[in-house]
Design a protein around this ligand. Structure first.
Ligand code: NAP
Length: 472
């Protein structure tokens, strides 16, 4: 199946193509266009030409188109889930969950399109401000460049396309090379939903090459990027005066205090650690348990982990499948080995069956081992004991990252203290950090990024505040 780029409402072939392989079977599933500089130029030009159309389009019409995208996606939910399961190796149950979220994200965008507004300002609060009416409006920026990762190929695209269109912008989207099919599927749906030609353009190809052209082109007014910290930081360094939103990685942690109900806590922690084999930016990577509960926690956690089913991402019974690539699997295995060398114990997992890395639980991991201080982005979790929640908060904060963190406790004072002291973008009390619904503000501090997504917040990032002052 040979795919084409989607530019200015047309499917455009390129000179070169690359094979796309399914992570679980290793079989070729498509041929993906490799956009060259001319193709990227064409996409940016199409987006720029469509910018005036989108800017003038009334809010109700933008909302209708987004609503229609949501409806059409709902009608094709199963087909969409299969695309994700195949190209991302995401278990079909989990892929279905992603599509359901994506449907909501476009719905939120449709609703948000109708409430983008400014405020009136009492200028007479300042000496010399009398006799003037002042108000602000939020205007679209124009062309947005969006670069997305492989792990949520539909919903993380929706978090960029939805708000961009809601605000009256146009967009050039470069999806991850491993998961372009979800983006092409969206282009098809957006066209059916009546989106004007050029408002959404999808181009595929090497991140370095295509990404660089988007990041440095002056016609693109903002870059919205979700992916690894290394690439994000590089983009920020090259983007000049462009707006830049960066949603990057983390080594998220959850703290378990005494007196909590482990029957509730452990299934959530297992979900947080191993959903989509830990390839989630807010995946639980570190668990700190107060020492009274530690042994019971580890024992029950390992027993429950062993019940998870590995296998083909297209099978209904699969809980975890192959990681995105053999290279990433090798990296995760090397990090597990490093932790072992440094004295960690492998409680379960730690090896592959076929292409599938087994859910791995480590104990006794030193804080400076890679599986603790860097982002594993694989099915690996460590559980370490702590004397107090205070100590755990310090360990959570001793990280380059700060996306989300969780604390299970029945102690209100401790919960409030943690909410204040945890240096992250989002604190989840009585839940794992792996909690996200699509209208909440979402983003990180430190190397986890800058700016916020969650439709309303992304709209703010993708609009310019303009002030109007009228002297009576
Ligand atoms: P990645 O390797 O950084 O790739 C992300 C995107 O950037 C891909 O489209 C990639 O294209 C492109 N890219 C690569 N090099 C580039 C360059 N030099 N200039 C511009 N673009 C470039 O990340 P990934 O492996 O797909 O995703 C995993 C990472 O994303 C993890 O760190 C995870 O935590 C993070 N993430 C964060 C969030 C969040 O909301 N905070 C959500 C999900 C994932 P190619 O595919 O062609 O290389």
């Amino acid at each position: 199946m040979k795919k084409a780029c989607y530019i200015g409402g047309e499917w455009v072939e390129t000179a070169e193509y690359a094979p796309l392989y399914a992570p679980f079977s290793g079989e070729q599933i498509a041929e993906i266009p490799l956009a060259d500089a001319k193709t990227v130029e064409k996409a940016i030009t199409a987006a720029e030409e469509a910018a005036s159309v989108m800017r003038r389009m009334p809010a109700h019409q933008r909302a209708n188109i987004l609503e229609k995208i949501s409806t059409l996606l709902n009608e094709r939910l199963e087909e969409a889930a299969k695309i994700i399961a195949l190209e991302a190796g995401k278990p079909i149950k989990t892929a279905r969950g992603e599509v359901i979220r994506t449907i909501q994200t476009y719905k939120f965008a449709a609703e948000e399109a109708k409430r983008i507004h400014g405020e009136t300002l009492p200028l007479d609060a300042a000496i010399g401000g009398e006799g003037r009416l002042a108000y602000t409006v939020r205007e679209p920026l124009g062309v947005i460049g969006a670069i997305t990762p492989f792990n949520f190929p539909m919903n993380l695209v929706a978090h960029k396309v939805g708000p961009a269109l809601a605000a009256g912008n146009t967009i050039v989207l470069k999806p991850a090379s491993q998961t372009p099919l979800s983006a092409f599927f969206l282009a098809e749906i957006a066209e059916q939903a009546g989106l004007p030609a050029g408002a959404l353009n999808v181009i595929t190809g090497s991140g370095g090459k295509v990404g660089d052209l988007l990041v440095t082109d002056p016609r693109i007014k903002a870059i919205t990027f979700t992916g690894s910290p290394a690439v994000g930081i590089d983009i920020r360094n090259r983007a000049g005066l462009k707006r830049v939103t960066l949603e990057l990685g983390s080594n998220s942690a959850v703290i378990v205090d005494r007196d909590v109900n482990l029957e509730e806590v452990i299934p959530r922690c297992i979900f947080g650690a191993f959903a989509y084999s830990g390839q989630v930016c807010i995946s639980v990577q570190r668990i700190y348990v107060v020492k009274e509960l530690y042994e019971t926690f580890v024992e029950q956690f390992v027993a429950e982990t062993r019940k998870l089913q590995g296998g083909d991402s297209l099978s209904e019974s699969t809980d975890y499948s192959a990681m995105i690539s053999p290279k990433e699997t090798e990296r995760a295995l090397a990090w597990i080995e490093e932790a072992k060398q440094r004295g960690a114990r492998v409680e379960c997992g730690g090896e592959t069956v076929g292409r599938v890395l087994q859910p791995t639980v480590l104990t006794g991991v030193p804080a400076d081992a890679k599986v603790s201080c860097q982002e594993v982005f694989g099915p690996v979790v460590l559980i370490n004991p702590v004397d107090t929640v205070d100590e755990a908060i310090a360990l959570v904060n001793d990280s380059r990252y700060g996306l989300q963190a969780g604390l299970y406790t029945n102690n209100l004072a401790l919960a409030l203290q943690a909410a204040e002291q945890l240096h992250v973008g989002g604190v989840m009390i009585n839940d794992v950090p792996t909690f996200r619904v699509d209208h909440m503000p979402y983003g990180g501090v430190k190397e986890s990024g800058m700016g916020r997504e969650g439709v309303k917040y992304a709209v703010e990032e993708m609009t310019e505040l303009k002030l109007v002052v009228i002297k009576r």
